[in-house]
Write a protein that binds this ligand. Structure first.
Ligand code: CTP
Length: 418
């Protein structure tokens, strides 16, 4: 593999060589396009490999999977296929197409076409580069190399943001990720396109916000979105932003939670940075505002529940301050772990940390079986007695098994409390 492609990991190069040879056998010109080429030229790791084929990409994908194995996902309507080879990253194989938008913010209609038309349908000049796999020739039809060198984000035509308002959010991500600047002409197209954001589906719009949390500096991405009116375009005057929030978000996302929090890279199937990111961002909002945002953006349940829990807990902290450990435990037991972590970071409340490190692990020696063996009839008294014993341990009222036994005897002999 020659030239530019030689900077790719060996496995990627092998896959591209396989695609090149099978495309050549079918007589189909194939190109690496978009973000992959952009990142190679920027000297960044190019992880996203999108291949455009002048001809039938699905036919090529079928040949690749029967020759080299792996799995295929075919989208007949879009004339694309994703090939997951037995080893290495998935590759998107795209039939070169022309796109037309019937209405702003809808998905475009596509017709098979040339590479040139495929590049012309794209968002920004820096994403229009193509590398011909056969000989590594760079195709640059939109002055992309100059824009890459000057660090400029530039749309290809004035209607671009209106056709696809997700591009407003994409522009900001690139600006912050690469330290680039949106070109003045492109910047001027943003305000007139803002009213079209409301036409985006919940899923497409939320996806754009989600992606901010996968960037290296989410707070800077959101700050710039706020500055350009992109947050206000989601819902007027609901999505907050200020420098305190930026700090909260940075502290929630900058480092992975310490081991005692027991948090992995995902929480209930959602990426941890997404759950923590939204929870920190919405921490100062009222429940009704979070509900409004959910109505517009339809968050996954885990994201929603955590954001609600953090905002509720932070609102309750003043009343809980200085309470006995048992009161904290009663309150924190059903709060999701990620919400506890976010609330601790934001408030600095030490009791939340003590709950994680100590209190949640404190339980009486007596359990339900022991109460049964003592002849206690089934009913709500089980939970009440076990809780009273636990609370006494938590609050330091008992410190030995003998004291627990004495307390248990007196509880068994006393009438049930309401
Ligand atoms: N694209 C576009 N308009 C969009 C989304 C994508 O023109 N609204 C084009 C761009 O040419 C982009 C390519 O489709 O390069 C692939 O999209 P995506 O994978 O989202 O972007 P990447 O360029 O790979 O950038 P990132 O590194 O952010 O994933």
């Amino acid at each position: 593999m020659t030239g530019k492609l030689s900077s790719l990991p060996v496995l990627h190069q092998t896959l591209l060589r396989q695609i090149d040879s099978q495309a050549a056998a079918l007589g189909l010109p194939a190109y690496l396009v978009g973000g992959g080429v952009r990142d190679i030229l920027l000297g960044q790791p190019a992880l996203d490999l999108d291949i455009v084929v002048e001809g039938n990409a699905i036919q090529l994908a079928n040949v690749l999977s029967s020759k080299y194995g792996g799995a295929l996902t075919i989208h007949t309507k879009f004339r694309t296929a994703t090939w997951q080879p037995p080893e290495g990253p998935p590759l998107d194989l795209i039939t070169a197409r022309r796109e037309t938008y019937r209405a702003p913010a809808t998905l475009p209609d596509i017709t098979p076409s040339t590479l040139a038309n495929d590049l012309a349908r794209r968002d920004f000049s820096i994403n229009t580069l193509a590398l011909r796999l056969a000989d590594s020739t760079l195709v640059d039809l939109h002055n992309a190399q100059v824009d890459l060198q000057n660090g400029v984000i530039r749309v290809l035509h004035p209607q671009s943001f209106i056709d696809d308002p997700t591009r407003l959010y994409r522009a900001v991500r690139y600006e912050i990720r690469y330290g680039f600047t949106i070109a003045p002409d492109t910047l001027a197209l943003i305000p007139p396109a803002l009213p079209f954001v409301e036409r985006l589906t919940a899923e497409r719009l939320r996806h754009e916000l989600d992606l901010a949390f996968h960037e290296t500096c989410p707070a800077r991405v959101l700050a710039r979105m706020f500055e350009l009116g992109l947050l206000n375009a989601v819902l007027p005057d609901v999505l907050p932003w200020d420098s305190d929030l930026a700090k909260q978000l940075d502290s929630a996302l900058a480092v992975h939670p310490a081991p005692e929090w027991g948090l992995g890279l995902t929480f209930n199937g959602q990426p941890l940075n997404l759950v923590l990111g939204y929870a920190a961002w919405f921490s100062g909002l009222a429940q009704s505002q979070i509900t409004l945002l959910h109505e517009r953006l339809t968050f996954p349940l885990t994201v929603l529940k955590n954001a609600q829990a953090v905002s509720a807990l932070l609102a309750e902290l003043p009343a809980l301050a200085g309470s006995k450990p048992s009161a904290w435990v009663r309150h924190l037991t059903d709060v999701p772990l990620t919400a506890l972590y976010a609330a601790h970071l934001i408030s600095g409340e030490d009791a939340i940390k003590r709950y994680i490190t100590d209190w949640q692990h404190i339980h009486p020696k007596t359990d339900g079986d022991a109460l049964k063996a003592l002849g206690l009839p089934p009913g709500p008294r089980y939970a009440e007695i076990l809780w009273q014993l636990r609370a006494a341990w938590l609050d330091g009222e008992i410190t030995t098994p003998e004291q627990e036994q004495t307390l248990l005897n007196s509880l068994l002999n006393s009438p049930m409390t309401e």
